[in-house]
Design a protein around this ligand. Structure first.
Ligand SMILES: Cc1ncc(C[n+]2csc(CCOP(=O)(O)OP(=O)(O)O)c2C)c(N)n1
Ligand code: SF4
Length: 252
């Protein structure tokens, strides 16, 4: 008898599975939450998925939806253009912390500032993973990477970037902003779903950072990987909703 297969979101592309991420990678979990949210909202037919450079690009053929791949943070303006030209589409930009907060941060900042009606989902794994694990804006103080072999020193390199806090500060009332974690998939999926619902309601920009794992570059075993995500990362990067216009509307 064939082995029972794990249940996949209906909008995942079966032909491209098993996927190309390393074992234990956080990207697959974030994309599973996104897939389930797309299924539950019934928006597969009009969804456009954009992925960035970095390991996120390994999702270029992940979904059975129209997809586009771009370079460092440019996914945000590319899907912005698609959304403006086709307002009935649901446009999602998927990227890593290097793409969204460093090399392409201007695109995130300006799309958020303009309250573009798109959804950005950013996997924060604290490193530039695809290029070999260099220090990223999100690298934790003391964390060893290829370019911080003695641990990140906040003196010369600053403290880790707080992306959702920044997006929250520069957006207006229609924006949805949250930080979830692969350590709580039910919650992460609900944040992603609410971000997509915000776009469907036409309120404006929605942004979800997901705390994710890169055991390959962290050089961690399973136990160390989960400890780093659940304890170390979560103690600095606070998980929760920062802006939820739907809740504010309900309260008024
Ligand atoms: C302008 C530019 N600079 C550098 C690179 C090389 N590069 C490709 S992927 C990458 C790191 C991506 O890291 P991140 O966005 O955090 O994604 P991850 O791989 O961690 O998922 C870099 C530096 C590039 N493609 N373009
Ligand atoms: S290098 Fe890291 S982020 Fe990239 S696929 Fe492997 S585990 Fe995932």
């Amino acid at each position: 008898m064939p082995e029972p297969q794990p249940v996949m979101p209906r909008c995942w592309r079966v032909e491209s599975k098993p996927h190309k991420f390393c074992p234990g990678c956080g990207h697959g979990l974030v994309l599973k939450c996104l897939g389930e949210a797309i299924d539950e909202l019934g928006i597969q037919q009009n969804t456009v998925f954009g992925c960035d450079i970095g390991c996120s690009l390994l999702s270029w053929d992940f979904f059975n939806v129209d997809s586009v791949q771009t370079h460092h943070g440019r996914t945000t303006p590319v899907v912005t253009g698609i959304k403006r030209a086709n307002p009935d589409t649901v446009c999602i930009a998927y990227m890593g912390d290097g793409g969204g907060y460093a090399i392409g941060s201007q695109h995130l900042v300006n799309a958020a500032g303009r309250n573009e009606n798109i959804t950005v989902i950013l996997a924060n794994n604290t490193v530039y993973a695809m290029t070999g694990g260099q220090m990223a804006p999100t690298t934790m103080p003391g964390q060893k990477t290829e370019t911080s072999p003695y641990g990140r020193d906040p003196g010369p390199t600053g403290y880790p970037m707080l992306g959702p806090e920044m997006v929250s500060a520069i957006t207006r009332e229609g924006a949805y902003v949250a930080r979830g974690s692969i350590a709580n998939l039910r919650q992460l999926k609900s944040y992603i779903k609410k971000a997509l619902e915000n776009q469907l309601a036409g309120r404006g920009f929605s942004f979800v950072e997901a705390l994710a794992a890169c055991p390959t570059n962290w050089r961690t075993n399973a136990e160390e990987t989960w400890r780093f995500v659940e304890k170390d990362m979560a103690s600095y990067f606070k998980v929760g909703e920062l802006k939820n216009p739907a809740a504010t509307e309900k309260a008024v």
